[in-house]
Design a protein around this ligand. Structure first.
Ligand SMILES: [Zn+2]
Length: 91
């Protein structure tokens, strides 16, 4: 049995963890995710759904466009910058 991967909230000093799909997966716990602006969170959710669908299309060899993954990465960076700023931590 493989050991269960865990990821820790990106916020320094936060000890929240959750199950991870990948070893280097970044994550913010709900409390810290909510520090980002509504606009940033909405964009991230939309971008994540688009990238999730693109993953399936890519698996089927239908679409190999990188755009959805670039968008979700940018949206995630924005969420992190805003959450860190709201917590008074320079990212
Ligand atoms: Zn946290």
């Amino acid at each position: 049995m493989t050991p269960q991967l865990r990821t820790t909230c990106c916020m320094p000093a936060c000890r929240s963890t959750r199950k991870a799909d990948e070893p280097d997966e970044e994550w913010l716990c709900r409390r810290h995710f909510m520090l980002a602006s509504r606009a940033a969170r909405v964009e991230y959710d939309a971008a994540w759904r688009e990238a999730d669908k693109a993953d399936w299309r890519r698996a089927d060899g239908l679409d190999i466009s990188a755009a959805p993954f670039v968008r979700v990465t940018a949206a995630w960076e924005q969420v992190k910058v805003e959450a860190f700023a709201a917590a008074g931590i320079a990212s």
